[in-house]
Write a protein that binds this ligand. Sequence first.
Ligand code: ZN
Length: 429
Amino acid sequence: MSSSLITDLLEFLSESTSPFHAVAAIRKRLEQAGFTELASIDEVPLAAGHGYFTVRNDSSIIAVRAGSGAVAEGIRLVGAHTDSPNLSVKPNGLIERDGLTQLAVDVYGGALLNPWFDRDLSLAGRVNFLTREGALSSCLLDFKRPVAIIPSLAIHLDREANSKRSVNAQTDILPVLCHSTPEASRTDLHALLEAEISRQYPELDLERVLDYEMSLYDSQEPGRVGLYEDFIASARLDNLLSCFAGMTAIIEAPREHWSVLVCNDHEEVGSASAVGAQGPMLRDVLEGLTTNGAASRALRDASWLLSVDNAHAVHPNFADRHDQGHGPRLNEGPVIKINRNQRYATSGEGAALIRLVAERAGVPLQSFVMRSDLGCGSTIGPITATETGIKTIDIGVPTLAMHSIRELAGVKDIAYLVGLIGGFYGRVG
Ligand code: ZN
């Protein structure tokens, strides 16, 4: 397994502290690989073999590798999502209590809240501001240092903490930002953001901050863990690991075939948004690639979408949460996700195709089915399939601690996933 692939992934995760930063990180790597950014994919005639991409809301991105044949002969698409559960700062962001200044936060997506306590937290996102010329503008901002912390309540003040403690999202998880000095209490969050922007971008034409989408993240760097470094521990593995694998594979995808990578925001909150998988972004790109209705129907029928999102590996302490015959293990290959109730989009035909791709690419595969007595999660696969009518296969890398502030994946599975997507783009199956 290539250690440079793992180093690249760790660097990508470290840069991608919000969906905006994830898209910036993908944009940078696509540009370095010679891809051209377009406002819309039908802006210019696409040159065979060349790569293009388009971005919306700074948080969703679609890349296209133009093939040499007719697009109606079919495209191989890979989908993933750029967002992860987190704590998001509310509009009136500062609260003063008991000598401390705190941040007012909301929970974004299905975050596992307990692991957010006692971590050194930083802030990242996008800030919208007014320029001195009176125009609206925006910039990405990442404090890149621990600026907040949510201290646990000591066990002495809650003797039942280990058996009964639950987390109230409104009252229990407000991070502490600083000691409330008279000086600190005169400021507001806009002024703090303005000061940080001026520090990071001294040349920026900033009059004042108007609004922001800032969220907290764990400042501990992603890293390899385990006695033999068998694992990767990081925030946002769901689903930046899949974005990274898709990006790596499309950069290396064969020039003769049509390949697409779709990385949407807002999956963790249901995908119904202007730039989510249920929005029109992918449809607009596909329409831009075809010239008429017949071509677009031919494209739909001849294409396959691989929807890549992490899967639950068996947790050895909680093995009974899995169906005994369908418990994926770390480091033993990507997982085909199957749910006959269409919580996952994989059909028998799709599973057969990806099994063949895996076999020919030399990648082991595992199968996941949720326990019949537990509700099944979902992902962008069924939503994109519904929106586009393209046959879809749901797969993903097995992970532990999904939606925690620090998730765990197997090192070998990264290369397996890149190999599998590479084989899918390369039509080995
Ligand atoms: Zn996910």
